[in-house]
Design a protein around this ligand. Structure first.
Ligand SMILES: Nc1ncnc2c1ncn2[C@@H]1O[C@H](COP(=O)(O)OP(=O)(O)OP(=O)(O)O)[C@@H](O)[C@H]1O
Length: 230
């Protein structure tokens, strides 16, 4: 099977004046389509840095990253954003929905950036909102929804363009345990239906819901646990 993601010997060094922080040390990973991976570890161990590199929001200092057979190192700035829009969906702890837009308009945004015809956008947005059980709230504004509902809308926005990779950063961080459990259950179901999910979480209980669990420490992979496929 061809890997969806291959990173090899990635290092990330942040430089600020004389101060250098070596945030990631020689990280190599190969991720196949359909996997559900959690990345955990103590504060400052490099989780967000790794997710930002995987999401093409940041570049490694050295090392290689191939996504869907694309050598991301070769991409120019506008090509990077095209690859991001087509291949990657993000879910953030703070939802990052646009308050002045309705639920429908928020979820439609990635498709509008692609220049998709209006009728196709409508069909795709309605289908995706229905998949996260938010089809009754199309005209609501984010501020009129609970935190759990906002996160479900954010997940619909991340998935509406059929990305190869869903990157999820602390999806339950701003939710109470009931809404957090529901969002995790939704991610699990979406993965069972084919989505490839990489999730950063502090929560041990949630990290164990992933079939492959990666624990970072001081910018290195400390342990990796992979459930045997039945
Ligand atoms: N923009 C930056 N400039 C300089 N150093 C940075 C920057 N971003 C992160 N770092 C440093 O890189 C290291 C890894 O940070 P990162 O945010 O990836 O950790 P994390 O595991 O996501 O932490 P947390 O769980 O607290 O969010 C830390 O030492 C951090 O201080």
């Amino acid at each position: 099977m061809t890997a969806l993601v291959t990173i090899y010997n990635i290092n990330k060094v942040y430089s600020k004046g004389q101060v250098k922080t070596h945030a990631l040390h020689n990280i190599s990973l190969s991720i196949n389509k359909g996997e559900f991976i959690s990345i955990s570890g103590p504060s400052g161990c490099g989780k967000s840095t790794l997710l930002s590199i995987l999401g093409l929001l940041d570049t490694p200092t050295n090392g290689s990253y191939q996504l869907a057979n694309i050598d991301t190192h070769q991409l120019k700035v506008d090509q990077r954003s095209q690859v991001r829009n087509k291949h990657i969906g993000y879910v953030f702890q703070s939802f990052n929905l646009i308050d002045s837009l309705t639920v429908f308009e928020n979820v439609a945004l990635p498709l509008e950036h692609r220049g998709m015809p209006h009728a196709d956008i409508k069909a795709a947005v309605e289908k995706q909102l229905s998949a996260v059980n938010m089809d009754g709230r199309l005209a609501h504004k984010p501020s009129q929804l609970s935190g759990g509902q906002q996160q479900r809308v954010a997940i619909a926005r991340a998935l509406v363009g059929n990305p190869d990779l869903l990157l999820v950063d602390e999806p339950t961080g701003n939710l109470d345990s009931q809404n957090g459990d529901a969002v995790m259950q939704l991610l699990k179901t979406l993965n069972e239906n084919g989505a490839t999910v990489i999730m950063v979480t502090h929560d041990e209980r949630y990290s164990q819901m992933a079939r492959r669990q990666i624990r970072l420490f001081d910018g290195k992979i400390l342990v990796e646990h992979k459930e045997a496929v039945a």
